[in-house]
Design a protein around this ligand. Structure first.
Ligand SMILES: [Zn+2]
Length: 370
């Protein structure tokens, strides 16, 4: 089965998250890897939320190359699709389906490269394939995986997220939190008897708007950002609201200390209750890293020129995997089209899927030769 046919097969598993249900897709991929001689383990952090870890080769002196992708996809959205999202319809060079670009084509390309290189791996540093559940909406699957011993080690990471086969050397980090402000309810005609939670939240929002990270601008990723995305409060126009809640999304760059940022924000919010539900560091490998230079070289024929250092706009599982694979140079490189991710009538270029297989094979070959 080639990578296009395999992408189609993967598209047919409904892994829309929520609810996720990656198990069947994960078992299918795992069974194939086992057939090709990989040692396969599964991790289920919740019912049917299954990740796959598969290894082949392995040598004491040098850790394996990690190739990783996620199995879940985002919901279909409210707009009607012209193409069936789960059957892998094609038109011209386009392969349609939810998750075609983000990122079942990437997973299929990783799997096909894993198959074609399997015979060459024994006695070499080898590879570790990590296919995660629950990446969309907070990288929960990889977060749980990084708390186990299952990941073992890896010397470098290739994340097959959609980049149109352009190698990206990192992405911003993120902190997401809710803050709740309490007040005292009273009749709207006698606000002096109450304590208005919306006023408290509004004052905090104004301070957040003016928040200064005091961070140095990153040469590629630029400045960290902060956005107040939600604001809720009050239950009736004639009541003094006793509760208001905001949702905040912070994107960080290398050099920003998440702990310090959170401390400063906590101070700024005063008595508000803060619930940090996502905290992922930025991912960044210096473009002059020796392995990254080789990755750029390997990508050159496909791109027609040498890649320039660029970063992804989105988060990836690498933020969690690096907690275990500390210091491993990391590249985001996959056949999907980034602008197609999460869109109605999402598609992937079939030509790019074939290119990605060749790139992954070349990256594995390069890794195991020394
Ligand atoms: Zn993705």
């Amino acid at each position: 089965m080639d990578a296009i046919a395999l992408t189609r097969t993967l598209l047919q598993f409904d892994t829309v998250n929520p609810p996720g249900r990656e198990r069947d897709c994960a078992r299918h991929a795992g069974a194939m890897l086992e057939q090709w001689g990989y040692k396969v383990e599964y991790h289920e952090y919740a019912d049917r939320r299954t990740s796959v870890i598969a290894r082949a080769g392995g040598r004491e002196e040098k850790a394996p190359l990690c190739l990783t992708g996620h199995l879940d996809v985002v919901p279909l959205g409210t707009r009607k699709w012209a193409h069936d999202p789960f059957s892998g319809e094609t038109a011209g060079d386009r392969l349609y389906g939810r998750g075609s670009s983000d990122m079942k084509a990437g997973v299929a390309a990783i799997l096909v490269a894993a198959r074609s290189m399997a015979d060459k791996l024994p006695g070499t540093p080898g590879v570790v394939i990590v296919l995660t559940a629950a990446e969309e909406g907070g990288c929960i699957g990889s977060k749980k995986l990084a708390e186990t011993q299952l990941l073992g080690r890896a010397g470098a990471i290739v994340v097959g997220e959609p980049t149109s086969n352009y190698p990206l050397v990192g992405h911003k980090g993120s902190i997401k939190f809710h803050a709740s402000f309490r007040g005292v309810s009273a009749h709207g005609s006698m606000p002096q008897l109450g304590e208005n939670a919306v006023y408290k939240a509004a004052r905090a929002v104004a301070k957040l708007e003016a928040f200064d990270f005091k961070a140095k601008k990153h040469p590629i990723m630029g400045e960290p950002t902060l956005n107040v995305g939600t604001f809720e409060g009050g239950s009736g126009v004639n009541l003094v609201p006793d509760l208001a809640k905001i949702g905040v999304d912070i994107r960080t760059v290398p050099g920003v200390d998440h702990k310090k940022v959170l401390q400063r924000i906590k101070q700024l919010l005063g008595k508000a209750e803060m619930d940090v539900f996502s905290d992922l560091p930025p991912v960044w490998t210096a473009p002059d890293d020796e392995w990254i230079e080789r990755v750029f070289e390997i990508c050159k024929p496909v791109l027609g020129r040498k890649a320039k250092p660029r970063a992804a706009t989105y988060m990836t599982d690498a933020a969690n995997l690096l907690k275990v694979y500390a210091g491993a140079p990391t590249v985001v490189l996959g056949p999907g089209e980034a602008q197609m991710a999460h869109q109605t009538d999402e598609y992937c270029s079939m030509e790019r899927i074939g290119e990605a297989v060749a790139l992954y094979e070349a990256l594995i070959a390069d890794w195991i030769k020394n």
